[in-house]
Each structure stands twice: as structure tokens, then as C-alpha cells.
Ligand binder design. Structure first.
Ligand code: G3P
Length: 245
């Protein structure tokens, strides 16, 4: 990565303005880059660029959750929605190593994932975060592990719920194919509580068939990670995923 190129793109990004608040169009593919080696530094930058290019080329909505350390940089150079992977339920102040919603907004993110199965929070913390995010015009995607938890979280009125059975994460066995019931019933239960809520599904999603199945089950999109991040050719995988919409 040429430093000048990054600086030029950052300037360009600043001119265009970062995307904060509002709504993300659906259906949407959300890529959680987690803490994989491929998400950091030059590789993370390239991955974000590929996502942006595929979004522009295909007209499909793709949002990314860059590595936390890269969030501000990536959000300033790509023109697709960027989300934090996690935020903490704290006000700005004396909290070492915590991530505030204010910092996420300042980084140019559209919002944040929260309560991922790899980074769970207590329900009171999720409630705090959803309320505070709304006041800051940030979109919260709350991860859940089953139908009952999804229904409970829907009562808190987050922007989106992403149901992910933890046992399928990283397996390459797409939830929409392996466990269609959890997707279909989460959609049904969540929309009964809050019609407006977006419902995503994730865990093991790797190809267009998984995406197609998710949409047919009523999901508004998918949340995935390893299928793209660890792929030899992330662009090809993204194009395949997009073909399922
Ligand atoms: O947040 C998405 C994630 O938990 C799913 O992971 O690797 O199964 O797509 P993966």
C-alpha cells in the first residue's frame, strides 16, 4: 500500500463525507472482519477496497466491520457503511481499553455490532448501548444466539438483530441451510415484536446458495466472516454471495 495513495483516498473520503446515521438499504451483506490477520494493515485495507468495489460494481449493499484498530482509517477511505465490531456500555471517561459510542461515531462508523458470541454483553449493557446509540444516530446490530434471545432483544428496539448459532460459526456450514428453522422463526418472532427491525442471519455462510436460502427464509441479509476474510480470492467469494440476492 502506497502511503500517498492512502492519504489521497483519505482526503477524497473526507470530501465525500463519512456515512453516519440514517439507514442501511436491505438486503445487505455485512462482513465482520474480526481479528483475523487478513483484517489488519495493508490486507485489511485491500479487503475493504474489494468490498467497496463489489458493492459499486453490483449495486448490492455491503457493509463492513473492520478490525477495531483499523476502523477510523478504513471508514475514512471507503464509501460503504463501516461498523465497529463491539462497543462498551460506558460514558467517555476513565475506562482503559474500552470503546465508547462517541469514539465510534468520531471514527466515521455508521454504527456497531454488539453482543457477538465472541464478545457477549449483559442485557442491561445492551439496553444502555441501544438507547445511547439512538441518541447519537448510530445503528446497532445486536447479535443473538437463538430465537428466544432474539425476541427479548427485539423489545429493546435495536436497528438490527443478527442471529448466529455459535456452534456453526467458522464451520462453513451455512445456518440458512443447516438450521433454517432458527432463521425463519427468528424473523417471525422479531418482526412480531418490532416490524421495523432488520433481521440478519450468520454462521457458516460462505456462498450464494446460503444467501439465497437466508433471503427465502425472510432474512434481510447475512452477517459473515471467515468465508470471505480467509478466502484465497475474497472478490470471487463476494461476487458469489451477491449472486444469491
Ligand atoms: O459475525 C459473523 C460470524 O460470527 C460468522 O462467522 O466465520 O461463520 O462466517 P463465520
Amino acid at each position: 500500500m502506497e502511503m500517498m495513495a492512502v492519504e489521497e483516498r483519505m482526503e477524497e473520503g473526507m470530501k465525500e463525507g463519512v456515512k453516519v446515521g440514517g439507514k442501511i438499504e436491505t438486503p445487505v451483506i455485512v462482513l465482520n472482519e474480526k481479528a483475523y490477520t487478513e483484517s489488519v494493515g495493508e490486507k485489511g485495507f485491500e479487503l475493504a477496497e474489494i468490498c467497496e468495489e463489489v458493492a459499486v460494481e453490483t449495486g448490492v449493499n455491503i457493509a463492513i466491520c473492520p478490525h477495531q484498530v483499523e476502523l477510523a482509517m478504513i471508514a475514512s477511505v471507503v464509501n460503504i457503511p463501516c461498523f465497529a465490531q463491539h462497543v462498551d456500555a460506558v460514558e467517555p471517561g476513565s475506562h482503559t481499553g474500552f470503546i465508547t459510542l462517541e469514539a465510534v461515531k468520531e471514527a466515521g462508523a455508521a454504527g456497531s455490532l454488539v453482543n457477538h458470541s465472541e464478545h457477549r454483553l449483559r442485557i442491561a449493557e445492551i439496553d444502555f448501548i441501544i438507547k445511547k446509540a439512538a441518541s447519537l444516530d448510530l445503528l446497532m446490530i445486536v447479535c443473538t444466539n437463538n430465537i428466544a434471545v432474539s425476541k427479548a432483544v427485539a423489545e429493546l428496539k435495536p436497528y438490527a438483530i443478527a442471529v448466529e448459532p455459535p456452534e456453526l460459526i467458522g464451520t462453513g456450514q451455512g445456518v440458512s441451510k443447516v438450521d433454517p428453522g432458527i432463521v425463519e422463526n427468528t424473523v417471525k418472532e422479531v418482526k412480531q415484536v418490532d416490524e421495523e427491525s432488520i433481521v440478519l442471519c450468520g454462521a457458516g455462510v460462505t456462498n450464494g446458495e446460503d444467501v439465497r436460502a437466508a433471503i427465502e427464509l425472510g432474512a434481510d441479509g447475512v452477517l459473515l466472516a471467515s468465508g470471505v476474510v480467509k478466502a484465497k480470492d475474497p472478490r470471487a467469494v463476494l461476487l458469489d454471495l451477491v449472486s444469491g440476492l
